[in-house]
Design a protein around this ligand. Sequence first.
Ligand code: SF4
Length: 181
Amino acid sequence: MLNYEELNELAVEAGFSRSAPLKVSTIELKKEVRDMCAVNTCNHYGKNWACPPGCGTLEECAERLKGFENGILVQTTGDVEDSMDFEGIEEAAKKHGENFNRLYEVLRERYPRMLGISAGSCSRCKECTYPDAPCRFPDKMTSSMEAYGMLVLDVCKKNDLQYYYGPTTITYTSCFLLGED
Ligand code: SF4
């Protein structure tokens, strides 16, 4: 059984604003979310091993979730002036990515069977090798919740975690599925 109090302490130590227990059974992988990736508003579709179509089909993503029952959701909330404050939005995204990488290393030591699912494309390398060569760090590469077909708002709601914290804030959400064996 996971010790959520300790996991929350680790998440906050890594820099996250908060964490919450995650029941993997609440996660639905939706084709509509993957279809939104294909619209390519983020400009990463087809350019990164962690994003569709490089990250595999919805069925392949579902296969990776098998065998996990519990985990944690983690969030980084940043302050912004308004929804056009791109500098603030970018700063919060960067901070969330750094928090994610820090906690990833800590949890990997404790949970050899772990699946970290991030926000945004994988940015471990300055330039992704997709599609010309295999991923340089397949054991460290992480896909986003959206790339898995998860509607983040829906996952938060089903796990009693707030998703929106007001007009002068921006929140990024990721999750870690933790094997308990
Ligand atoms: S680790 Fe590097 S090569 Fe692999 S998905 Fe991430 S950026 Fe691309």
